[in-house]
Design a binder for this molecule. Structure first.
Ligand SMILES: C[S@@+](CC[C@H](N)C(=O)[O-])C[C@H]1O[C@@H](n2cnc3c(N)ncnc32)[C@H](O)[C@@H]1O
Length: 453
């Protein structure tokens, strides 16, 4: 079976089935149309609002790159002592201009003029894109996946191989947070997968994956974090898959927290480098993974284990993680840990070594269905409940008041000492405390202004 439709459910109302018309889907129950973006189904709960948001993020990126190119031109117009510096800046300028053009072409399917991000429709559906996710957030992965990362990609696949033990059958497989999709591709090509579905919410990553897995070649610049040499500031890479992907491989744009799949549809769910970055507590997310699997199906997780959460109690260690997996209806997990290179671009001095935590666990029983994911609390969404005065809001309110007052004192004449005197007169803080506080704040403002320019 190579089609996708029987695996899908509506990400908005959870009902099945969807109907299909040439790659676009519709939920007749809630009357929502889900477009296709460059041949990839766009299965978000609020499809128009999400398309509008990614379009905004694309426009933002295009503006940023245009501005960067302009700044490079201005620098090139000035006096540059070293000929080598000039060469490097010229390389960076050319790469920035070409990258901007490449981005515009690749993301043309997202650049739908009529789509405006509507915060209201996100609010109504309790969905949203995390603020910190831009098109380039995981852009380095693209180059590792399809250009220089043979060793890292092989090691990542080895982890899955180990987790499968001698079983080469992965059946219908879902890869959540698939990124640029190399692991999903390798799983599909290496094991006896029926269908492999790779889901991510970043259209740049999936549009690149779509082009290369179809057998195409893309030329895109890599911008390493710590270039090894002057030529490494921008490296034009050729991105290609070892071979065109075989049938049954599907890409889906959607949110893992509102995954558009019917319950119990998959034999295998893979979560590579994902569980500790999603904005949902791990026990709830584990129950979501359980619901996607058939009984007897397998959850394979591999990657870092570094939960970031405001609450210390939710920063789970490995032992707690495994206990949570069992509590979510899985059998005792197989566990493997190994240390491997991670994002070690040959053009960068920066690279990591990660102690990768892999587990595989069989679904034994049905977890109770978690509530539909709410990206925002009711007091923001409904506007009918009091905004809670949390300790963090209280601290922020106080420091914002003081900082905005300090900003209002900047008139081009006053010194740090003058400002401290005024803060003391206003009984906001004693002078001895005010001087270091103002200096700290102004240092931050100064750093920010230098970064921006
Ligand atoms: C750390 S990267 C790992 C990418 C890929 N699995 C790999 O190993 O290279 C996390 C990926 O999860 C995706 N992601 C994060 N939150 C998501 C969400 N709520 N829905 C869909 N994708 C998400 C990001 O876009 C990114 O591609």
């Amino acid at each position: 079976m190579s089609h996708l439709i029987d695996l899908l459910a509506c990400p908005r109302c959870d009902r099945t089935p969807l109907s299909e018309n040439r790659g676009t889907y519709r939920c007749n129950a809630c009357k929502t149309d889900f477009p296709s973006t460059g041949g990839i189904p766009w299965l978000f709960a609020a499809p128009d609002a999400t398309l509008g948001e990614w379009r905004n993020r694309l426009q933002f990126e295009l503006q940023r790159l245009a501005r960067e190119a302009q700044l490079l031109r201005t620098e090139l117009d000035g006096a540059i002592p070293l000929a080598r510096t000039k060469q490097r800046l010229e390389l960076q300028l050319q790469a920035t201009v070409e990258h901007r053009k490449a981005l515009q072409e690749l993301l043309a399917p997202v650049d739908v003029q009529s789509m405006q991000a509507s915060f209201e429709s996100h609010l109504a559906l309790r969905t949203r894109l995390p603020r910190d996710q831009g098109l380039h957030t995981y852009y380095a992965n693209v180059h590792r996946d399809w250009a220089w990362g043979d060793t890292e990609n092989r090691l990542a696949l080895d982890e899955i191989r180990l987790a499968l033990d001698s079983d080469k059958q992965t059946g219908d497989t879902l890869v959540l947070g698939a990124g640029a999709c190399r692991l999903a591709y390798d799983v599909h090509m290496s094991f006896d997968a029926g269908r492999t579905v790779a889901l991510d919410f970043n259209p740049l990553l999936l549009l690149i994956a779509k082009a290369v897995t179809a057998g195409g070649t893309l030329h895109l610049h890599e911008f390493p974090i710590a270039p090894k040499s002057a030529e490494d500031f921008a490296v034009l890479r050729e991105l290609a898959a070892p071979a065109p992907v075989r049938g049954g491989f599907h890409l889906v744009l959607g949110d893992v927290l509102r995954a558009p799949f019917r319950p119990g549809g998959f034999d295998t769910v893979v979560t590579p480098w994902l569980v500790d970055i999603v904005s949902e507590d791990f026990p709830v997310f584990a129950a979501r993974v359980n619901r996607l699997l058939k009984t007897g199906g397998r959850w394979i997780n591999s990657g870092s284990l570094s939960f970031e959460n405001a609450q210390q109690a939710c920063r789970f260690g490995p032992e707690e993680t495994l206990a949570i997996v069992v509590d979510a209806g899985f059998g005792q997990p197989f566990v493997h840990e190994s240390t491997m290179p991670y994002m070690c671009s040959p053009a960068s001095r920066h690279g990591r070594q990660e102690s990768v935590f892999t587990f595989a666990a069989e679904k034994r029983s049905e977890a109770s269905p978690p509530e539909r994911h709410k990206a925002l609390p009711d007091w923001i969404v409904t506007g009918q409940e009091p905004v809670p005065l949390t300790p963090s809001f209280r601290t922020q309110a106080l420091s914002t008041r003081i900082y905005s007052y300090i900003m209002s004192l900047i008139d081009g004449r006053r010194t740090v000492e003058d400002m401290a005197k005024i803060l003391e007169q206003q009984q906001l803080m004693p002078r001895a405390e005010a001087i270091p506080a103002i200096r700290n704040f102004l240092t931050r403002m100064y750093d920010d202004s230098r970064r921006q320019s």
